[in-house]
Write a protein that binds this ligand. Structure first.
Ligand code: GDP
Ligand code: MN
Length: 379
């Protein structure tokens, strides 16, 4: 779950990281009132859960409250990468001297959090990583020891941060680490962290991605979820307890079990196809859940064929077949589908699908081949 910039910055602020004064507005009139309150110049910042808002024209500098209102009207009418802007953050404008990057995430290979910094702030860190990797510094943090002061100083030194800012930077790095740990985040990022013209460090942008699997112990954070920002498919999947990740390919996959879902995607890739999603319906899924899952797959317009790969254990193949048929009665579609059902009640399941003229397959490879051929229009 991603948090908005304003939510992330408020969490940073609680841990002593300095952020600009400002508030969120839903209307242009509110934005003007906030700008009046702040006095002087302000920035109007679209609050949508994607990066690169600046480049897309979603971050604008207003010289006075009138301009703030005009720009807020514009920004609130925008769509950024397909997401309509519903609120703006109105912040006091900062006098930027230079922009740096500071972030923390999990390094799975190292099995520990890694804090990353770069003097090349303000641009996406992935860009810096590919164009000038030498400008990125990393320190790995032992979770039992926490971030050590010398590690923060190493980052400061590698960025050639002015000496005067080191102590302040150590505080920010510690605050960021504490936020990351306390919220069970998988990413916490300040980009840019700026050195203002008056020589102070200030977090201008903030991004936090929370681990959904840890949300059960953060009721306060779970409440921050912005339902407006969720893709309808994600909302549906969460409602029915499905693990769903949309991908860019054309073959919709419905599988029970995360491991089998991964294997299914691998086989599709291996045979030259591209999966449209990862979808695990979980163990013991009933017809209704299966129907919801198929609805989600069919709502994706990239999908050209659908492959079911069900290993019946606790999940019964006939129940899955009934779910598929139930969904197909609701969502009419001409998309080719292939089902591979094995295990508990497989004969009943296959018979139900065969009676409904669904293509069945004897093995995983057979199913994948048929789904790929169908997606390429060769069936
Ligand atoms: P992003 O594009 O979604 O990452 O949004 P950011 O909040 O990082 O803003 C993008 C860029 O806008 C920053 O890197 C700054 O260069 C600029 N910017 C943001 N806030 C201010 C501000 O208060 N004053 C000035 N002068 N520039 C700002
Ligand atoms: Mn940014």
């Amino acid at each position: 779950m991603k948090l908005h910039e304003y939510q992330s910055k408020q969490l940073f602020s609680k841990r002593g990281i300095r952020i600009p004064r400002g508030r969120v507005a839903m209307t242009a009139a509110e934005a003007r009132a906030i700008a009046e309150e702040l006095g002087g110049r302000s920035v109007i910042k679209s609050q949508v859960l994607v990066g690169g808002r600046g480049k897309a024209g979603g971050i604008r500098l207003a010289n006075n409250p009138e301009e703030a209102e005009e720009l807020a009207t514009e920004v609130l009418g925008m769509e950024i990468k397909g997401l309509p802007v519903r609120k703006v953050l109105v912040d006091e404008a900062a006098e930027i001297g230079s922009e740096i990057y500071l972030g923390i995430t999990n390094d799975r290979m190292a099995r520990s959090p890694v804090m990353i910094s770069s003097a090349e702030g303000g641009v996406e860190i992935e860009e810096v990583a590919s164009s000038s990797p030498e400008k990125i510094a990393r320190v790995w943090i032992d979770p039992l020891l926490g971030l050590r002061d010398y590690q923060a100083r190493n980052l400061a030194a590698s960025m050639e941060l002015p000496r005067d800012n080191w102590r302040e930077f150590e505080g920010i790095a510690r605050g960021l680490y504490e936020t990351y740990v306390a919220t069970d985040a998988s990413l916490a990022e300040i980009n840019p962290l700026v050195i203002t013209k008056s020589g102070e460090l200030l977090a201008l942008d903030g991004k936090i991605v929370l681990d959904d699997n840890a949300l059960y112990r953060h009721a306060d954070l779970a409440e921050l979820r912005d339902l407006d920002e969720e893709a309808p498919s994600e909302r549906e999947a969460r409602k029915y307890g499905l693990s769903y990740v949309k991908l860019e390919g054309e073959i919709g996959c419905m599988v029970n079990g995360a491991g089998l879902a991964m294997a299914t995607m691998d086989v599709i890739k291996h045979l030259g196809g591209a999966p449209a999603n990862f979808l695990d319906i979980g163990g013991g899924a009933g017809a209704e859940k299966v129907a919801a899952a198929l609805g989600i797959i069919l709502a994706d317009h990239n999908v050209k064929s659908v492959m079911f790969n069900i290993f019946g254990g606790i999940t019964r193949c006939d129940e899955v077949a009934r779910g598929i048929l139930m969904a197909l009665r609701e969502v009419r579609t001409d998309l080719p589908m292939v089902a591979r059902l094995v295990g508990t009640n497989e004969e009943e399941g296959r018979k139900l699908l065969a009676d409904a003229d669904m293509n069945t397959a004897a093995s995983l490879v057979d199913a994948a081949r048929k789904a790929i051929a169908a997606a390429q229009g060769e069936s």
